[in-house]
Each structure stands twice: as C-alpha cells, then as structure tokens.
Design a protein around this ligand. Structure first.
Ligand SMILES: NC(=O)c1ccc[n+]([C@@H]2O[C@H](COP(=O)([O-])OP(=O)(O)OC[C@H]3O[C@@H](n4cnc5c(N)ncnc54)[C@H](OP(=O)(O)O)[C@@H]3O)[C@@H](O)[C@H]2O)c1
Length: 213
C-alpha cells in the first residue's frame, strides 16, 4: 500500500481488537482508524470511534469507505444467552459490516475467525464461523483473509473460568506441543490481522493457528 491506510476496525474493545488498535495506531503506514464501538475508547489523534448500535448501522456513514476492514467481533454462548443471539454477533454483524464497507468501495476484509471454522461442522460454534467465511466469500472482496486462531492467550476483562484454566495449561505445556495446538497470544493474532490488512494479497487467504504462536 503506497499511500497511508485508512482502516475500519470492528471489535476494537475486545481482547484481540485492543491489540489490533494499539498496533495500528503505532504503525506509520496507518493514517487513521475508524472503530465503531458500543462503549467509548480513549481518544487518540489517529482514531475516530463513533458509538453505534450494530442492529441499526447507518448505511450512509462516510467511514464505510476504507482501505481495509478488520473484524474481531464476537461473543460467547454464556453472554449471548441463546444460539440466535450468538449468531447475530458472530455472523450477522460481521457480514453486515462487510456488505456496507464493500458497497462503499472498501477492497479488503480481514476476519478474526477460528480454527475448525466449517459450514458443515456438527458443532454450532464452528458452523457459525464457517458459514460466515462462506458468506464473506460471496461478497466480492478483492482481498479476503481469514485468520484462524485456536485458543487465544491474553488478559481478559471478562472472567471465563474454563477458558482461563485451559489457557494456563497450554501456557505451561506450550513448548512441548505441536505448533498447531499451542496457545495463540492475542498480539500475534493482531499482528497477522494488521499485516493482512496493510499488505493485501489478491483472493482468499487463510492464516492457520500454527502461524500464530
Ligand atoms: N476465545 C478464544 O479462545 C477464541 C478462539 C478462536 C477464535 N475466537 C474468536 O476470535 C474473535 C475475537 O475474540 P476476542 O477474544 O478478542 O473477543 P472479545 O474479547 O470477547 O471481544 C469481542 C468484541 O466484540 C464486541 N461485541 C460483542 N458483543 C457485541 C454486541 N452485541 N454488539 C456490539 N459489539 C459486540 C465486543 O464489544 P464490547 O467490548 O462492547 O463487549 C468486543 O469489542 C471472536 O470472533 C472469537 O469468537 C476466540
């Protein structure tokens, strides 16, 4: 990318999103970041963070036109409360953002997906991620990247007991495990997402968990 990039980041308040934002704001190749959020972010000269309701996105907003979208949106079944509510956040919102950004001329979309994403999976979580990937492939982006971490490592605001235990176990046993089973630290995932956005490759690309350790 020769001129400095304008990025659109959704999910900027989350574990991975916070790292993407920090890296993007510090990156000399990035001119500006628009991060639509539902809770405020600290001010920064390169950042604009409009407060939005993802059920009522405004199609006319000028910030849908960017050089790349990075999507790190997501929830858990526990927080969402039902499969339908989970699917709305993990599938419908990322797809709605993709449609609006593409309609406004944005050529690149980079998704924080998950290992095992598969539209045919027996598992609801993997199926939702796979269906989102498939739907995004139909949107016509010139460059589309799916970064598929396994378990994400990092400090969460939200307490998730099962995940925390698994993260500790993987952190201890990490070097003994094959790369594809190791913990994926949030900064590594964030760097892969940012690289895919700033150095877009034509077509569809997958970054697998073994490259995020
Ligand atoms: N946990 C794992 O180990 C794991 C493994 C593989 C893949 N993934 C996937 O990786 C992605 C990023 O994960 P993460 O751990 O960084 O997620 P996270 O910390 O839970 O952050 C999720 C982001 O989505 C936003 N969000 C959630 N519900 C929303 C709603 N109803 N309306 C608007 N925004 C909403 C959050 O905003 P607020 O701050 O306003 O809540 C936050 O910015 C997710 O898609 C997740 O499924 C996770």
């Amino acid at each position: 990318m020769e001129t400095k990039a304008k990025l659109l980041l959704v999910g900027a308040t989350g574990l991975v999103g916070r790292h993407v934002l920090e890296l993007a704001l510090a990156d000399a190749r990035v001119a500006s970041v628009v991060a639509p959020v539902r809770r405020a972010l600290p001010a920064h000269p390169k950042l604009s963070s409009p407060q939005v309701d993802f059920d009522r996105l405004v199609p006319e907003a000028s910030w849908w036109n960017a050089d790349a979208v990075i999507c790190t949106l997501g929830t858990t079944m526990k927080v969402a409360g039902s499969q339908a509510a989970f699917r709305r956040v993990d599938h419908d919102y990322p797809l709605a953002v993709a449609r609006l950004a593409h309609a406004h001329g944005t050529p690149t979309y980079v998704l924080n997906s998950a290992v095992g994403a598969d539209a045919q999976s027996r598992f609801f979580y993997n199926r939702v991620k796979g269906e989102l990937e498939q739907a995004l492939e139909r949107e016509g982006y010139a460059s589309l990247a799916f970064v598929r971490p396994g378990l994400i490592g990092g400090e969460r605001e939200e307490f998730r007991l099962g995940e925390r235990l698994l993260v500790s176990a993987l952190a201890w046993s990490g070097p003994l495990l094959p790369r594809r089973w190791r913990l994926n630290p949030a900064p590594q995932i964030a760097q892969a997402l940012l690289t895919a956005a700033l150095e877009p490759q034509p077509g569809r690309h997958v970054v697998t968990a073994d490259r995020l350790v």
